[in-house]
Design a protein around this ligand. Structure first.
Ligand code: FCB
Length: 493
């Protein structure tokens, strides 16, 4: 059983950093304070509690953690190709080995269990199952997910699978990638296959992770795979194919999965926040949120592109049929929201479009990734807006977390009090949402482990568990002790 270095009581009792140092994994103190019979601290009457049954989990994705890039018949993905291209990844690294989750999944499931986590969100690598994107199933690739799912179930951890976390089979990219409508059809077929093979044990499936991120960064700015900088008309068509793929996958899962299998997207909603909380500014923030997500969540949940989106695109608007819109808006069981930074702050305005945005000043706080501005209230507004705008009845926070500098101390432990600060504040705002009845059912912390952070390579760390990339040694950080306490108390701790 994986040991966690610090219990909350031990922290309070310890009182000084020197004493904390004695709580390194494996030490006598660690054994005494981190046993499976860990008892949470007493709750104060005003503890910020989450609803009964709230699902606490962690998240990862295939390319970021699995490694084993050429093992057991896995085909190449666009991220393999991209990472091999000089200058694309900050530290010149790739996901060939990463944190070797493919071979170390048992140890990683034990780490989840040590946290008390009840759910795990992982992604399935499309090129492991279908090395060319379509055609015959690669049994060995599927066998890995069978092993992982069975291990999770044995540990009492519910598996939540994401079908697409950006690792498109290179063979499909060679045929046009997301610029080709055919890729959306291939995705539907792949979704049906996963549903047939895994929905006997996996009850929740996310279609696409962060469409907005992989489309815009991969096809407009070019900082993500496949590294394209498309003109507007082509970009809008890629956006359309992405939402179409989502809709086709929803239908394929309904047609092929065990009855009752639940499905929805995991989207990084751009949440507009009222700069000052007044009824007018809140209304403005809702308006802005609907427009900012027009080609993604809005069309998926409303079945239409907004007038402003189509007017803004003009002759470059996507080409689509009414039937496409019906597919795109296939009813979902839940909406997953990835929430990190505020999308924008707004104030109400008399002038169209009814809001003005407030620029983020240079002194605004950030974590260790340049993009990660710290706006804890985003975790209140994002689900509240989704529930209000689209009447969503079940919401999961499918990602939230932070990068930090993460230097192990002399005793080997990372005392990431900055990540703890981030999490405590974000969770406080999430608790406000649940207390007000916003239907958030669970929360997946990004990430269980340090891992390959896309274009930033291994330069930024997001894990609750530190990984020494040279030895693959896993060591829970202070934030893991914090999260374990929150889970045990079902409250912000
Ligand atoms: C999200 C991605 C995830 C991870 C986190 C930090 O945008 O979905 O893979 O990189 O950011």
């Amino acid at each position: 059983m994986t040991r966690y270095p610090l219990s909350r009581r031990a922290l309070i009792a310890a009182g000084s950093l020197t004493t904390l140092g004695a709580l390194a994994p494996g030490s006598d103190t660690a054994a005494r304070t981190s046993s499976a019979s860990h008892q949470p601290a007493d709750d104060s009457p005003s503890a910020l509690r989450f609803p009964k049954g709230f699902l606490w989990g962690t998240a990862t994705s295939a390319y970021q953690v699995e490694g084993a890039a050429r093992e057991d018949g896995r085909g190449p993905s666009i991220w393999d190709t991209f990472a091999e291209t000089p200058g694309r990844i900050r530290d010149g690294s790739n996901g060939d080995v990463s944190v070797d989750h493919y071979h170390r999944y048992k140890e990683d499931v034990a780490l989840m269990k040590g946290l008390g986590a009840k759910a795990y969100r992982f992604s399935i690598a499309w090129p492991r199952l279908l090395p060319d994107g379509r055609g015959a199933l690669n049994d060995k690739g599927l066998a890995f997910y069978d092993r992982l799912v069975d291990e999770l179930l044995r540990a009492g951890i519910e598996p939540f699978a994401t079908l697409y976390h950006w690792d498109l089979p290179q063979a499909l990219q060679d045929k046009g990638g997301w610029q080709a409508r055919d890729t959306a059809l291939a995705f539907g077929d792949y979704a049906g296959l996963v549903a047939r093979k895994l929905s006997d044990r996996v009850g929740h499936i996310f279609t696409v992770n962060e469409m907005q991120a992989f489309v815009e960064h991969g096809h407009r700015s070019g900082i993500f795979a496949p590294g394209l900088k498309l003109a507007d008309a082509e970009l809008n068509q890629v956006r359309h194919h992405a939402v179409l793929a989502h809709g086709l996958a929803v239908q394929a899962i309904r047609a092929n999965g065990r009855s009752g299998t639940k499905v929805g997207p995991a989207e990084n909603i751009i949440a507009a926040l009222p700069a000052v909380e007044t009824p007018e500014n809140i209304r403005a923030a809702e308006l802005a949120t609907r427009e900012m997500n027009a080609p993604y969540l809005t069309v998926m949940l409303e079945g239409r592109y907004t007038d402003a989106y189509l007017a803004g695109a003009g002759a470059d608007a996507p080409k689509f049929t009414p039937q496409d819109l019906e597919i795109i808006a296939s009813p979902v069981d839940f909406v997953g929201l990835n929430v990190y930074s505020p999308g924008l702050y707004v104030l109400a305005s008399e002038a169209a479009p009814g809001y003005s945005s407030v620029e983020i000043p240079s002194s605004y706080p950030r974590m260790a990734s340049a993009w990660l501005t710290v706006g804890p209230e985003t975790l209140y507004w994002a689900p509240r807006h989704a529930a209000k705008l689209w009447n969503v009845k079940d919401i999961y926070i499918t990602e939230n977390g932070a990068s930090a500098a993460d230097q192990p101390a002399a005793d080997g432990i990372v005392y990431d009090i900055d990540r703890v600060m981030y999490l405590r504040n974000y969770l406080t705002h999430l608790q406000r949402a649940t207390a007000e009845g916003v239907p958030v059912r669970g929360y997946f912390l990004w990430s269980l482990l340090d891992n390959f952070e896309w274009a930033d390579g291994y330069a930024t760390r997001f894990g609750l568990v530190h990984v020494d990339y040279a030895t693959q040694k896993r060591t829970p950080k202070l934030s893991a002790a914090f999260y374990r306490e929150a889970i045990a108390r079902n409250a912000v701790a």
